[in-house]
Design a protein. Structure first.
Lengths: 333, 317
């Protein structure tokens, strides 16, 4: 996995252009027709007609939310793959998803009708609690080993899954669809306010991970080698774990469980820039953002049967791509 | 509800089937309804001929709509078991429960030793019904897809329960009410109507649903008809683009109201004019006699809309 970066320096401008292109495409697509002229007027002259309002308070916030969520999931995936030294790791592998789901379903089932504003908060709480529980369960005096983290993550995840099934079975029928759609991943909640709420978490998380990038490089060599190289191994691991979980948890809270972005985008980015984290993390962020914005544009507009869950689109596009990568890289990783 | 939001049968297929089903029904029913004496043989909507030697006295209903119809026919004294969702009329709640619609407890049903089980083809699991039949219990399965088919179910259950005259009378009364409700919608202005079964996410009732039929019979246009599938999910932008004049919400627990970030879109005439009407969810999703009540409400609401002065400014239709 330590192959050097590709030489081409043009990767980052291209990735940035891809993200901007995806945002523009998303802003230009939808059931309400908006002319280019109207879009320019809306953005620069502050017009206030339907077209302007659709563009500024529906499409752009949703596209920006997609970029933030996709970027954060990809960054978090990079961090978990390095931390666990496992190419199959993703942001949800250590119980974040199960915890978030239980939190969200609790709101949908046990609170009254208009409790939906509480849903993100409880999802975040659930994600944070389960991530913390996995971490504390896996920790020993000698430190945290990837194997124990994965083991505890799987066990906690299985337990939470059982809780989810129980909740869904026992719930009154009318209360379930909202929570289920949310669980499948949904960027439809992209209001300007949500973008503003999510932004600091994503900014903080990605910057922290970037600061840890040398540590992540060394972790890939194994704990012992990293220690020999002078890395405070346990502290870096703890910081990585908490930061990546914070990213995943905050994103899950506003968009539900969007799968595959955190798993495949890191691999795609590695193909482009190699596995040095100083280049890998920003590349994964840009690529993840572009991928999710495009997926969501498809999810919103492609089906004649209305909106599709974006999580289904990312998985449909992502799984074959992942297989392709696996075949192509065959014996190498 | 989640069970109802199912993957779409394509519209073409559905439309293609309707006349065939209607033809089959009319061909099958007439002779048997005429000969409504026991022993009788009556074909159900699966094509299974149900034979009864004598009028049944111990009946189990596996659907709330069927329970309502049995009560309507005055045969509730024969009901020995219903589902846990059977809550109308209130007396139905007091009857012994045999489980839910999708998870009826076969053992409990057998223990009640019924001589007839009433079920549906689209809600009750087929293998459970087959298990009951293998125990020698006659099961009559119905699958009404529109109002007229519901009225026919009333007639057929009347025959089965040995009260054919009452069945014909009640079905006739329902037909008359439905005709009356439609009467003042003819040749009138057609508002664009959106019927939603969930407000967050926005899930609308598309073609092939009872709600779609209610809107059309009341002289409205279903604003969700351009989507394929029976229960399309709409984005907020889809809703804004559809600009419905009237919105009906099929109230289920927790989804009665639109969140404020949706209702602030005043370019949607229904939000601007406050034309958002909540109807009891059971009323519009259960294929029972109360569908006519739903039709009356929808029809009256659209009549109100036509009278309201705001309708004039919305003049882009």
């Amino acid at each position: 996995m330590t192959g050097g970066g590709r030489k081409s320096g043009a990767v980052f401008p291209v990735l940035a252009a891809a993200l901007l292109g995806a945002l523009a495409l998303s802003a230009a697509t939808g059931p309400v027709p908006i002319s280019f002229r109207a879009a320019i007027d809306a953005i620069f002259r502050g017009t206030d007609d339907t077209a302007a309002r659709v563009l500024l308070s529906l499409r752009l916030p949703r596209a920006l939310l997609g970029a933030l969520v996709g970027g954060a999931l990809a960054s978090s995936g990079v961090a978990f793959q390095a931390l666990l030294r496992n190419p199959l790791a993703d942001p949800y592998i250590l119980g974040v998803s199960g915890g978030a789901a239980v939190g969200a379903l609790s709101v949908a089932l046990f609170l009254s009708a208009d409790a939906s504003p509480l849903l993100p908060l409880c999802a975040f709480g659930g994600a944070a609690l389960s991530a913390l529980a996995v971490f504390l369960l896996a920790r020993r005096r000698s430190g945290v080993s990837p194997e124990r983290l994965i083991l505890m993550g799987v066990v906690v995840g299985a337990f939470l899954n059982a809780v989810i099934m129980l909740m869904v079975t026992l719930a009154p029928p009318g209360k379930i669809p909202g929570a289920l759609y949310w669980l499948m991943g949904d960027l439809g909640l992209g209001t300007p306010r949500r973008v503003a709420v999510l932004f600091p978490y994503v900014a903080l998380g990605t910057v922290l991970l970037y600061l840890l990038s040398r540590g992540l490089d060394l972790l890939l060599l194994g704990d012992h080698a990293a220690f020999q190289a002078g890395l405070p191994v346990e502290r870096v691991k703890t910081a990585t774990y908490l930061t990546a979980s914070l990213l995943a948890g905050s994103v899950v809270a506003v968009s539900g469980l969007i799968g595959f972005v955190g798993l495949i985008v890191p691999h795609g980015a590695r193909v482009l820039v190699g596995s040095g984290h100083r280049r890998l993390l920003p590349a994964a962020f840009l690529l993840g953002g572009a991928f999710l914005v495009l997926s969501d544009t498809l999810a919103r507009t492609a089906s004649p049967a209305g909106e599709l869950p974006v999580g289904a689109v990312t998985a449909l596009a992502g799984a074959p791509f992942f297989l392709y990568l696996l075949r192509r890289n065959g014996g190498r990783s | 509800m989640s069970g109802r939001v199912r993957i779409a049968v394509t519209r073409r297929f559905l439309l293609g089937c309707l006349p065939v089903v209607a033809l089959l029904l009319s061909a099958i029913d007439r002779p048997t309804i005429a000969a409504d004496r026991f022993p009788l043989a009556l074909m159900d909507d699966r094509g299974v001929t149900v034979r009864l030697a004598a009028p049944p006295h111990r009946v189990v209903s596996l659907a709330p709509s069927l329970t309502e119809i049995v009560f309507l026919l005055g045969r509730d004294g024969f009901l020995v078991g219903v589902t846990r969702f059977c809550n109308v009329p209130a007396a139905a709640s007091a009857l012994p429960k045999i489980g839910g619609v999708s998870d009826p407890d076969v053992e409990r049903i057998v223990a009640l030793s019924p001589d007839l089980v009433l079920c549906t083809t689209d809600g009750n699991p087929r293998e459970k019904v087959r298990a009951l039949e293998e125990m020698g219990i006659p099961c009559f399965a119905v699958a009404p897809q529109n109002l007229e088919a519901v009225f026919t179910v009333v007639e057929r259950l009347g025959v089965l329960l040995g009260t054919a005259d009452r069945g014909r009378a009640e079905a006739g009364a329902l037909r008359r009410r439905a005709r009356l409700a439609r009467a003042f919608s003819r040749d009138a202005e057609k508002p664009d109507v959106l019927f939603v079964v969930s407000t967050a996410p926005i899930i609308a009732a598309g073609e092939g649903t009872f709600m779609d039929e209610l809107v059309r019979l009341s002289g409205g246009r279903n604003a969700a008809a351009r989507f394929s599938g029976r229960y399309p999910r709409l984005s907020l932008e889809d809703l804004v683009a559809a600009r419905p004049d009237v919105i009906f919400v099929a109230g289920m627990a927790g989804v009665e109201r639109f969140p404020p970030e949706v209702t602030r879109w005043k370019e949607v005439p229904a939000f601007r004019d406050g034309a958002v009407i909540t109807l009891d969810g059971d009323l519009v999703t259960r294929p029972g006699p109360r569908l006519v009540t739903a039709l009356e409400r929808v029809s009256a609401a659209l009549a109100d809309w036509r009278k309201a002065p705001a309708a004039d400014e919305g003049g882009k239709r």
